[in-house]
Design a protein around this ligand. Sequence first.
Ligand code: 13P
Length: 256
Amino acid sequence: MRRYLVAGNWKMNMGPSAGRELAAGLQELLQGRQLRGDVLVCPPYVTIPAVGEVAKGEPVLLGAQNCSDQEKGAYTGQVSVDMLKEAGVQYVIVAHSERREYQKETDDMFVAKINRIHEAGLKAIFCFGEVLGERKDGRAEEVVRKQLEGVLPRLEFANAYNTVLAYEPVWAIGTGETASPEQAQEIHAFSRKVVVEIMGQEVADYMRILYGGSCKPGNARELIGLPDVDGGLIGGAALKAADFVGIIEGAEASQA
Ligand code: 13P
């Protein structure tokens, strides 16, 4: 019912030449394959044009890791949604835990960004997830609910197709530690229930919820095969074409 999405978040890796090379490697490995789902890469801003020259949406889609919450003007160092759109971006990641933590971004900013993304006709990938202490205290669901309720009810144009959720337990990001299938399914099902409450059953049925956090070729099939997991948001393993394609193959196998 839901097409999987495997999205690579390159974070602050890959300048234009390395990025072009990685994208070309992906294109080569994926050439001629009929995929059941969608594949996306999200390079750093400066690398987007170089990757766009190689990845033309067949099958690799182009995304960004962030955008400004403002439309345009005197905002030094920021990049607007319209600029990203002009560069060929179709998806924008919002609210990654690294931006929540290091840039102190807030729900108000996430809402403004996602509304701009949607207004421009692009798709948003909204990240959420608890930190280790919160999980240990048995508060994972409470935290996830708060993060979803702080943003989703305030979105003006959101639907099941322009909005993707990404559950990324912070303790699993870049640590090599992955949520167990039981932990992942539990929070994904819970998140979908919260989406039902806010946006209704039909939207929740079609909305994709990705898992992120030390996803790799060896665990992708099992994780993405879970009933409420509709793909992955991949960090480290997205930086090597063979690993990323291994995850895509896991996603394919999970839906076969
Ligand atoms: P890793 O796959 O490196 O754990 O990173 C996950 C992530 O943060 C993707 O956005």
